[in-house]
Design a protein around this ligand. Sequence first.
Ligand code: IMP
Ligand code: MG
Length: 186
Amino acid sequence: MSKIENYWADDVEVLIDTQTLDDRISALGQEITKDYGGLEPPICLVGILKGSFLFMADLARAIERHVTCEFIAISSYGDSTESSGIVQITRDLTESIEGKDVLIVEDIVDTGLTMSYLLENFRTRKPRSVKICSLLVKPENAQRAVDVDYIGFTIPNKFVVGYGLDYHAGRYRNLPFVGVYCGQEI
Ligand code: IMP
Ligand code: MG
């Protein structure tokens, strides 16, 4: 393969390939479909931007019942690889979640700071229920105990990119797999 087709190969090692992601997300979709039962009321999927955008798109298509798709943008990191612990809503929901069954769709739960902040924030908005679906969890790095209802993969404490996850101000989000970033620190 020519270099241009593998522009990421010097800096990223594949951890979870595209087929494995697809299979696991199909299974998560089936589990969620079964757990919620019936077609109504719609599950209010809340994707956390930007990292969850690809997972949200694939998970929504794997759920065989009504859902609505909402997004909230949160920043907890700045552009570094260490969690700052400072969580900020940079773009809020545009619909009320009062009385709804909310399923938060996240790319990764790392320290848990973002998710515990968001859970607390959401509870004040009086949803009927709140569950969490995270593609990845890194339990070794947890600073807050967060109960993740649906987990795609449990991974070691390595910095990962791809399938929505970025490094260096947005790079690598578009990789169709999850990989460990092993390039230079920028
Ligand atoms: P937490 O607040 O430490 O749980 O971090 C949550 C957020 O940090 C995630 O939504 C990601 O945006 C980001 N994050 C944590 N670990 C990684 C990683 O390994 N790669 C890319 N982003 C990460
Ligand atoms: Mg995120």
